[in-house]
Ligand binder design. Structure first.
Ligand SMILES: Cc1cc2nc3c(=O)[nH]c(=O)nc-3n(C[C@H](O)[C@H](O)[C@H](O)COP(=O)(O)OP(=O)(O)OC[C@H]3O[C@@H](n4cnc5c(N)ncnc54)[C@H](O)[C@@H]3O)c2cc1C
Length: 390
């Protein structure tokens, strides 16, 4: 059966989330602790406590860890509402990279790792990173991984350099991808490791200056300098990192789509209000077809994006991996929503590029969405190969 109706209790929760974000979170968008390198940890903690008080913290987490174990479809509805402000997902602990990391750890970590590395992230007490991308190695093509790990039967030693690592500065739970060298004990190849961010051997070289500022602590350049980890640091099976990365990425790229859909809707609502009230050539600008068509194109795109997301979610809720559909969704939604944000800037005229409204921040923050969790061209490359295979 195909049923697009949102159940009444989910619709009520969506409205509660939207109200919470508008009333309690939006005012923080002008807080000086929302810096060029994203919200500070102090700001994050304050927002997290607001969500905790409303019982809206980490609602997606498995029930065994205190969450509500939301389905993918339920996440789509709730995250869209949370995304009205880029600080909404930060408050509710469903922002990247923590959201995807929590998902991966809930699937792969052993009970000891869950207690030490996952539970404090779910509780909102500490943050996590996923360290894969490298200046001279893994990027679009993770098989180029050059960070190395050796194993002597007791300890791993990791060396290498990563960049664009979101939230690196101050995060405690680290998921590190490195290439395990041949050894007599474990399979070689790309492998995931868990580490504590305070450990010697993890060196934050600097935080990069980027055009977005929605992710806590920005994006770091990191060096692993003879980082020594015990055998228990192995996350899942050795040599399986690329498989686990896919396990994380398929839902994680969809949750980006959900949150940015909420932000794009906000931009559209501001553009609509402006088109109703600003006049030019004797009438509200919205009555000029050039403007109403831009708003109509936005409405069409928002609707298409929502349906595309829901379809991929529905497949995953029915036990499918939906890698192909989540690739389609990620490439389509990131491109379309960026066009929506751009048209909103255009409708606003000159103030569109100023911080008089939040549209400018949404436009800037959203640009990177076309790159992370797979640039559009890489998704099209994968979709094209699948199509040609038949
Ligand atoms: C804001 C932000 C946050 C990020 N956070 C993290 C993080 O927390 N952890 C982490 O590990 N990484 C993170 N990344 C890195 C991100 O995953 C990479 O940027 C992405 O995988 C692309 O890799 P790259 O930047 O090395 O681009 P490259 O691999 O150098 O590719 C450059 C361009 O080449 C083109 N291209 C590449 N391959 C193909 C192909 N097969 N066909 C056609 N065109 C192609 C694409 O246009 C692509 O944009 C983040 C990136 C950004 C922008």
């Amino acid at each position: 059966m195909i049923d697009f109706a949102i159940p009444a209790d989910l619709a009520a929760e969506r409205d509660r989330v939207r109200r919470f974000v508008i009333d309690k979170i939006v005012p923080y968008e002008r807080d000086p602790r929302l810096t060029a390198h994203g919200p500070t940890d102090e700001l994050r903690q304050e927002l997290v406590e607001l969500a905790r008080a409303e019982k809206l913290l980490t609602v997606q987490a498995p029930e065994s860890l205190g969450g509500r174990g939301l389905t993918h479809i339920e996440q789509a509805v709730i995250y869209e509402a949370a995304g009205w402000s880029t600080l909404g997902p930060v408050a509710m602990n469903c922002a990247a990279p923590d959201e995807g990391n929590m998902f991966l750890l809930s699937k792969v970590a052993d009970p000891g790792q869950v207690q030490r590395f996952l539970a404090p992230v779910v509780a909102g007490h500490q943050r996590s990173v996923f360290a894969m991308t490298e200046p001279d190695g893994a990027g679009s093509d993770p098989a180029q991984l050059s960070t190395s790990a050796t194993f002597d039967g007791e300890n791993f030693t990791i060396n290498g350099r990563k960049w664009l690592i979101t939230g690196a500065n101050g995060a405690k739970t680290w998921i590190i991808m490195a290439r395990l060298a041949a050894n007599p004990h474990l399979p070689e190849g790309p492998t995931l490791f868990l580490a504590d961010g305070d450990q010697p051997g993890i060196v934050i070289e600097r935080t990069m200056n980027t055009m977005d500022r929605n992710y806590v602590a920005g994006h770091g350049v990191v060096r692993f300098d003879n980082l020594v980890l015990p055998r228990e640091a192995l996350l899942g099976e050795a040599g399986q990192a690329l498989r686990y990365a896919q396990l994380r990425l398929a839902p994680a790229r969809l949750t980006h789509c959900m949150r940015w859909l909420g932000a794009a809707e906000r931009a559209q609502s501001i553009a609509i209000e402006h088109a109703r009230t600003r006049t030019a050539f004797g009438k509200p600008i919205g009555e000029h077809e050039g403007v109403s068509f831009m708003l109509a194109d936005n409405e069409i795109a928002l609707h298409q994006c929502r349906l595309t997301i829901w379809h991929a979610c529905w497949l995953m809720d029915n036990g499918e991996k939906a890698r192909h559909e989540s690739s389609i969704a990620k490439s389509f939604v990131s491109e379309e929503l960026f066009k929506v944000a751009d048209r909103c800037v255009q409708v606003l005229g000159g103030i569109g590029i100023s911080d008089e409204t939040v549209v400018e921040m949404i436009f800037r923050d959203m640009r990177a969405f076309r790159l992370y969790d797979g640039p559009t061209e890489v998704h099209k490359y994968a979709i094209g190969r699948k199509v040609l295979r038949g």
